[in-house]
Design a binder for this molecule. Structure first.
Ligand code: ACO
Length: 332
């Protein structure tokens, strides 16, 4: 049994924030941001827009391309670190899309979330006979950014992307190899910690003091240099491991599709893998780092723009908080 991607879709918020807009609120410049990161602008949720709403649009577009009816989807995997509901947002999204026969759940693995979701989908298909699994990567990190911290607020944007993964015969298999890894020791370099990491109930002489405080999350805190070093070291290794599992050489890669965090990270990984720049997909100039959405968003633009064609081999890799990282070799 195999699994293949047969549709993709994406959606982004209507409000664009340019580097010049940010230079009015923090001490930075378009020149600094563009040269250090490659980012020119990002989209951020505003007004009535919600992450769930964007996710529904992305999912509908993926189903339309795949020509699969919502009621034929058996599982919805919602990859996000910023759900509209702390208990999980997959249920709301699948209900709005009309996936009435699907079970849905959330996966939290920051910017690696989509790769983890894709691999999870293929395990359900190959191991348990599922036919149609919708994988959505969506994040609205704008909610957790400290907009006074120029080291982080320039990086992130909001978006949603989705793919439909379908069962197929082994010789049509489109998920050829993968690799996922974690290193919790690196969590200190990139986190958005919850107050529930500490106790919220205070006590005096063993007597509880009601009411306890409400749980909250801090803003994103990042040691950019450490995350940069981690990404440049681990991403090429992870792609090499996934290629080995697929039994393919790096020269068979038609497209390198990395999590869109920083153009310098993308370029360094491409150089280490000897992949020429014309085979590298990048759209972070327009959207910034959209976390779990960045890979399906860039994939969707490349497919709809006619770059990625049927049969092309894509090396996709996500990396981020956790620390987590993972790669998948996919035939489109
Ligand atoms: N504008 C102007 N100056 C700035 C800005 C800014 N926006 N941000 C930092 N600076 C200054 C610093 O204060 C520092 O000044 P100093 O030399 O006087 O101390 C100088 O620029 C250099 O700062 P660095 O942090 O060393 O800059 P660096 O070249 O490392 O770039 C960046 C910072 C862009 C954050 C980079 O480290 C990076 O992209 N790291 C990876 C982040 C990432 O990929 N995260 C992905 C995971 S996200 C997730 O999982 C949720």
């Amino acid at each position: 049994l195999g699994s293949k991607l047969i549709g993709c879709g994406s959606a982004t918020p209507s409000l664009t924030i340019s580097n010049d807009d940010l230079s009015k609120v923090v001490e930075t410049s378009d020149e600094w941001i563009a040269t250090r990161t490659g980012i020119r602008s990002r989209r951020v949720l505003s007004g009535d827009e919600t992450l769930g709403g964007l996710s529904v649009q992305a999912a509908q577009r993926a189903l339309e391309m795949a020509q699969v009816r919502p009621e034929d989807v058996e599982m919805v995997i919602f990859c996000t670190s910023t759900p509209d509901d702390l208990f999980g947002a997959a249920g709301q999204v699948l209900a709005e899309v009309g996936c009435t026969n699907a079970f849905g759940f959330d996966i939290t693995a920051a910017c690696s979330g989509f790769i983890v979701g894709l691999i999870t989908a293929t395990q359900y298909i190959k191991g348990s006979g599922y036919q149609n699994v919708l994988v959505i990567g969506a994040d609205a990190l704008s909610q957790y950014v400290d907009w006074t911290d120029r080291g982080t607020c320039i990086l992130f944007g909001d978006a949603a992307g989705a793919v439909l993964v379908q069962a197929c015969s082994a010789d049509e298999d489109g998920l050829l190899g993968f690799c996922i890894q974690s290193d919790g020791n690196g969590q200190k370099h990139l986190h958005c910690s919850g107050s529930n990491a500490k106790s919220i109930m205070s006590k005096s002489n063993g007597v509880p003091s009601f009411p306890p405080k409400k749980g909250t999350f801090s803003c994103i805190e990042m040691n950019g240099k450490e995350v940069f070093r981690f990404a440049v070291r681990c991403v090429p290794q992870s792609i090499e491991k996934a290629l080995e599992e697929a039994g393919l050489p790096a020269s068979s890669i038609d497209w390198l599709l990395l999590h869109q965090a920083n153009q310098r990270i993308i370029d360094a990984a491409a150089t280490r893998l000897s992949i020429p720049s014309e085979k590298v997909l990048s759209n972070l100039a327009n959207y910034g780092n959209t976390s779990a959405a960045s890979i399906p968003l860039a994939l969707d633009e490349a497919v709809r723009g006619g770059k990625v064609k049927t049969g092309d081999v894509i090396a996709a890799s996500g990396f981020g908080a956790g620390l987590t990282w993972g790669s998948a070799i996919v035939k489109w």
